[in-house]
Ligand binder design. Structure first.
Ligand SMILES: Cc1cc2nc3c(=O)[nH]c(=O)nc-3n(C[C@H](O)[C@H](O)[C@H](O)COP(=O)(O)O)c2cc1C
Length: 173
């Protein structure tokens, strides 16, 4: 007997949008992707902020926003992503789940707060507290140097990606 593809549950899509200047956020976003892919039945799209378009936001079932904190704010390219996509997606993605990853030198709280405000406007549902990883770079040289995120921090990013993916697949959000 053949199976009926029409009766299979539709695959869920997780969209991860990130920007990274010195590579820390990229490692976090990729770890979250790898964690999400441990969940069967999820499709993960990992896009740099400048690539992500309103259609990408509309066609996803859940989101991870990953950004550096620069000058006490989300990075310029992440802000540009939100500026371009906010109104095209407004009222069309209500109640979808999301979470936030921040790579910061020593703080990260303002970038997390900004994303929370934007996500509130979008009426998204936050499914975990923002994960802020600090690189402890203090001098200009250290701030501009490539970053290496510790493996336990990457595991935390992966665990968050996996839990968001499994919640999407199970339909618990
Ligand atoms: C122009 C600039 C401004 C920054 N401002 C902040 C800040 O306000 N708070 C903070 O915690 N870190 C700040 N940082 C440090 C970055 O958040 C940190 O280097 C982080 O690793 C950047 O992420 P990335 O490696 O993905 O680019 C700043 C870095 C730059 C280059």
């Amino acid at each position: 007997m053949s199976s009926t593809p029409a009766s299979l549950p539709q695959e869920k899509t997780l969209l991860i949008v990130y920007h990274s200047m010195t590579d820390g956020t990229r490692q976090m976003a990729e770890a979250a992707r790898d964690g999400a892919l441990r969940e069967p039945g999820i499709q993960v799209r990992l896009l740099r902020a400048h690539e992500a378009q309103p259609e990408d936001v509309l066609s996803a079932d859940g989101y991870i926003f990953a950004t550096p904190e620069n000058l006490a704010a989300v990075s310029g390219q992440m802000k540009d992503f939100f500026d371009r996509c906010y109104y095209p997606a407004l009222e069309r993605i209500n109640a979808r789940p999301y979470l936030t990853l921040i790579c910061a030198g020593s703080d990260g709280s303002n970038a997390a707060r900004q994303i929370a405000r934007i996500a509130t406007g979008w009426r998204l549902k936050q499914v975990a507290e923002p994960l802020i990883i600090c690189t402890h770079a203090q001098t200009p040289e250290a701030i501009l140097a490539p970053k290496r995120i510790a493996s336990d921090d990457l595991e935390a990013c992966g665990a968050l990606g996996e839990s968001l993916a499994s919640g999407l697949v199970l339909g618990v959000f």
